[in-house]
Design a protein around this ligand. Sequence first.
Ligand code: UD1
Length: 337
Amino acid sequence: MAVLVTGGAGYIGSHTAVALGETGRDVVIVDNFVNSSPRAVEAVRALTTAEVALVEVDLCDGEAVRRVFAQYPITEVVHFAAHKAVAESVEKPVAYYRNNLDSLLGLLEAMLDNGVGSLVHSSSCTVYGQPEVLPVSESAPVGAESPYGWTKLMSEQIITDVCAVRPMDAMILRYFNPVGAHPSGTLGEDPNDIPNNLVPLVMEVACGRRETLQVFGGDYDTVDGSGVRDYIHVVDLAEAHVAALDVLVGGHRGAVAVNVGTGTGTSVLELIEAARRATGAAIPYEICERRAGDIAKTWAATDLAAELLGWRATRDIDDMMRDHWRWQCQNPDGYGR
Ligand code: UD1
């Protein structure tokens, strides 16, 4: 028995592979390394005694996916593999729809053909846009403002439709903003382009690679005018996947979307303060124009995750900054691709 982890060399996938290994499950990672490194899999193996197999596969290659199911005794699937850059998706919509939807469809076909009926799927709080009511619950209206966001919503719909008529059950996890790294400092986020998410940029300023941080917007209707997000430690997020898989294996039926956040909003300026505490660095910043497409604020309602998964985040913003900083200091060039 093994859990297939697609995109298991990526940021969230690699942490989840470790968390699955900690529960004694064997893992089969498939990844095409377009935005990840095989070294992440080496780091996963060093952190677990479970078997971690690795197959280099593009999930859009249906034949190759079928071979993976023929080769390994896969009983459950956690699906991360996808393109995830919002701005790039606006530039390359066809590539985003093709990659994110073809890969899911091929995976679902292979699961159905092989009688594998448990799926944990990566979705995003991006499906809520700017929520009218906070904290935002799973029943809030959904929509999308980028091809990336649409691929997430369409994927949710496809999975829901399949689960309605076929022997398949799914937990669709809507992540808020994952940050941090494994406490060992050996596993973390390694974006292969110039980072554009907040925490990797803050860490680059903290270590002197970048002079100042640009804070996008100082006039939002928030605690201090800067944007507010629900940052979640990537290890908490990984543990949510294990909890979701346990619930599926325990007999949950159908498809359900569940928020995975802490329930706490943190502003950009509050996060900078936390990063200063963790790093001891000054982290100079300047308030700039708002970034196009950004929302003002969001944070998760966490009741459903607590009820259904028996899971709550346990790590706070200081833990997130400390662990991200340790990763950054130990691996200034990431996995060194
Ligand atoms: C972004 C994506 C979202 C994705 C998420 C994953 C966009 C529009 N949204 O969300 O789809 O799921 O990453 O983590 O790209 N900020 C600054 N200065 C910076 C960078 C960011 O002030 O140099 C601010 C932003 O305005 C925002 C906050 O930091 O208020 C977080 O930004 P970011 O890390 O990019 O995440 P999101 O925009 O929430």
